[in-house]
Design a binder for this molecule. Structure first.
Ligand code: FAD
Length: 344
């Protein structure tokens, strides 16, 4: 079995609130790691509105989702936390010594003296294409992620989707050496950036990409169960089919609360009830902050999550060091805080 990562606190979720949680735990000089199901930091800000300006962050007149994430990441750099991306925490169990054992989908194990669930609206997972026989092809000829070198794409690769990621997948397949890439999307207009659409138009003009408008209907398999074609329903009502050697599906991401629902947290309306003084859940040592937590008056706002993360960090420090004096220190004047932030 792998050696468990041992931390004072494991933060589950690297959205804006999880990132600020790491910063606050750092100020408390607690070791921590953060795990997110997404392959990048920032949660909803990075996934759902990276380019949209946020106007209600204190003192920042306008700050895009991506800029906020960048600023939060820079702020926690002094603490050099371990970040594990692209992994969902799927298991939680109590240890006899009072710690919590958490496991991710890849089999990595964490032993944590405390846990903060900053899981937002859930772990973002790719929206899956539902077609007969598709599951057996996953990882061999069908993928619900971006193309990578080593994928056996064959001579006739297809992409299904129309957003930025789908168009990036088309470019990636061209770069991987596909002679012609087929793109299937239900509409003629792509919900993607102008730059990506222009790049796609260029590839179509060069004959490197063929576009189809329609909704996939079925996968055509040979006698050995290999993908050999795709049939779709076209906008004009016809049902064409064409050869296919592989399929990358890019239909966006869906949040799902997933395993949290099984952890005896007393979930109500997909939120975890907490004590608003400590943000501890009903499980000792397990806290919840940000969109995932609920208490009277809870607002799903970033600024509320920052407050929750601050109180949770103080409560965790007190729980793990009950004999230490409880002093409120200011970053403007505390030599200790300035030393750990590297600004003294
Ligand atoms: P999230 O941002 O949801 O991040 C949670 C993270 O946890 C995700 O990355 C997820 O993958 C991960 N995760 C969940 N479960 C697991 C697991 N088991 N294992 C590993 N990882 C897991 N708020 C404002 O204050 N001002 C605004 O102007 C504003 N505008 C918004 C605009 C839009 C379009 C949307 C959708 C939201 C907006 N919000 C705004 C709300 C704000 O984005 C959320 O309040 C905020 O993102 C909550 O942060 P969080 O860290 O709690 O959760």
């Amino acid at each position: 079995p792998p050696t468990p990562g041992e931390v004072d606190c494991l933060v589950v979720g690297a959205g804006p609130v999880g990132l600020y949680q790491v910063f606050q735990l750092g100020l408390q000089e607690l070791s921590c790691a953060v795990v997110d199901a997404l392959p990048f930091l920032g949660g909803q800000c990075a996934e759902l509105y990276p380019d949209k300006p946020i106007h209600d962050l204190p003192g920042l007149l306008a700050c895009s989702g991506a800029e906020l994430v960048g600023r939060l990441v820079r702020q926690l750099e002094p603490f050099k936390p371990r970040c594990v991306l692209g992994q969902e925490i799927v298991a939680l169990a109590a240890e006899p010594d009072g710690r919590w054992r958490l496991g991710d989908a890849a089999g990595r194990v964490w032993l944590a003296r405390s846990v903060v669930l900053a899981a937002g609206v859930g772990a973002f997972a790719p929206r899956r294409l539902k077609l007969a026989g598709i599951e057996a092809l996953e990882g061999r000829q069908v993928w619900h992620r971006e193309p990578r070198a080593g994928d056996s794409i064959g001579a006739v690769p297809w992409v299904h989707g129309g957003d930025d990621r789908a168009l990036d997948a088309v470019t990636a397949l061209v770069d991987l050496g596909a002679p012609v890439v087929h793109l299937l999307y239900r509409r003629e207009v792509y919900p993607a950036s102008a730059a990506r659409v222009a790049r796609l138009e260029g590839l179509i003009a060069e004959g490197r990409v063929v576009r189809h408008v329609g909704q996939p209907e079925s996968l055509l398999l040979d006698d050995a169960g290999r993908l050999v074609g795709i049939a779709w329903m076209a906008a004009d009502g016809s049902a064409p089919a064409a050869p296919a050697s592989s399929l990358h599906v890019s239909l966006g991401l869906n949040p799902r609360l997933g395993p949290l629902a099984d952890w005896d947290l007393g979930l109500a309306r997909k939120q975890v009830p907490v004590d608003p003084a400590t943000f501890e859940t009903r499980l000792p040592g397990i806290h919840a902050v940000g969109d995932v937590c609920s208490y009277p008056g809870k607002l799903k706002l970033i600024v509320s999550g920052f407050h929750e993360a601050t109180l949770a960090a103080h409560a965790i420090a007190h729980r793990l060091r009950p004999d230490a004096p409880r002093i409120l220190e200011y970053t403007t004047s505390s030599a200790r805080l300035q030393r750990i932030l590297g600004v003294d």
